[in-house]
Design a protein around this ligand. Structure first.
Ligand code: PHE
Length: 356
């Protein structure tokens, strides 16, 4: 066999082998490896061509044409196989990415405000809408603001009504304490107004934690109060009753009958406890209202002249009303929550049910 024929046979064998391998290639990556090994610079085709040098010059173009045709064939075959594999790979990918639109969705769980905070917000909003300013005071108080200025002097029996947590005083210092109610905010707000050269009218709502050394099914050593007061000329009990009626109906989102029952607080005169018609039995009498048809919800009264005096407000010119309520208690009544401790145990099942 002549050199030329031998070369042609070698090329043909190589081409057949390549075509066979191309059509068996199972991935684009494998195909790329084959492309390099046959058509690359150091590929098999190139190495076969090294034999061309041995041919007489006039035969070289013949073999050149042969090689070019072979290259062309291999390239075309590669391209076809490439297109076919690309399509296959795309189909596999699409199949893998298929989304089952009939699967039910995953819901994301969102946190929510604690029911006490929700209650505080709702209550504050009602007074804001009436034009009351929002105030705050410290939870660590002194005896002056928590007691003295509120007309509860040392040795006054009313101090015993408050089971106070005291801090140990240092030497001559007066004892600090955890405030037992939010009424000291009345003192701080009125005093700040007077000290700044201002004068009433003052209409304020204050909320916050209060502390009493007391623990059972209906008492927690820490709970929340909302304190509301208004001082102006000619403020009367009728203003108090009007605001209470509006507030309680707005909070319970229905007309709730209320009644004011005479009571005693050192810092108000006259004082009244406020009852609402039982929201559970509509006054037919039940366990919650102990058959009376009424439930006590808050303490109130006309600010005692001594209190106005203690902050430098002239009680012959100005008068005011004030009331304070337990937030947990009101939230319990609105939602029929049976146990105060649910607010503090933070069982997520309870919190979720109360979530807004
Ligand atoms: N501070 C009283 C309490 O905690 C409630 C109250 C506030 C009563 C304002 C009258 C006026 O019991």
């Amino acid at each position: 066999m002549s050199e030329l024929d031998a070369l042609k046979v070698a090329l043909k064998t190589l081409q057949d082998k390549a075509l066979d391998e191309f059509s068996n290639a199972e991935s684009l990556q494998a195909l790329q490896v084959l492309r390099v090994s046959y058509l690359g610079k150091k590929g098999e085709l190139t190495s076969v061509l090294k034999g061309v040098g041995k041919l007489p010059p006039k035969e070289r173009p013949v073999i050149g044409q042969f090689v070019n045709a072979s290259k062309q064939t291999l390239s075309e075959s590669l391209e076809k196989r490439e297109a076919c594999l690309a399509l296959k790979e795309k189909q596999v990918r699409i199949e893998a990415e298929r989304i089952d639109v009939t699967l039910s969705g995953r819901t994301s769980s969102k946190g929510s405000l604690h029911p006490v905070q929700q209650g505080l917000n709702e209550m504050t909003a009602i007074f804001s809408q009436l034009g009351f300013d929002i105030a705050e005071g410290p939870e660590i108080e002194d005896e002056f603001h928590n007691f003295d200025a509120l007309n509860i002097p040392q040795e006054h029996p009313a101090r015993a009504m408050h089971d106070t947590f005291f801090f140990h005083p240092d030497g001559d210092e007066k004892a600090n304490l955890l405030r037992t109610h939010t009424s000291p905010v009345q003192i701080r707000t009125m005093k700040a107004c007077v000290d700044a050269g201002g004068e009433p009218p003052l209409a304020v709502v204050a909320t916050g934690r209060v502390y009493r050394c007391d623990y059972d099914v209906t008492h927690s050593p820490m709970f929340h109060q909302v304190e509301v007061f208004k001082v102006d000329k000619n403020i009367s009990l009728a203003h108090l009753k009007g605001v209470l009626q509006h507030f309680l109906s707005a909070y319970f989102e229905k007309d709730v009958p209320i009644r004011l029952r005479p009571h005693y607080f050192p810092f108000t005169e006259p004082s009244a406890e406020v009852d609402i018609a039982c929201v559970f039995c509509h006054q037919k009498g039940c366990r919650v209202c102990k058959g009376s048809g009424w439930i006590e919800v808050l303490g109130s009264g006309m600010i005692h002249p001594n209190v106005l005096k203690s902050v430098g407000i002239d009680s012959t010119v100005y008068s005011g009303f004030a009331f304070g309520l337990g937030v947990e208690r009101l939230v319990m009544l609105k939602y029929g929550i049976p146990d105060l401790r649910l607010f503090f145990e933070n069982d997520v099942r309870f919190l979720r049910r109360m979530g807004a």
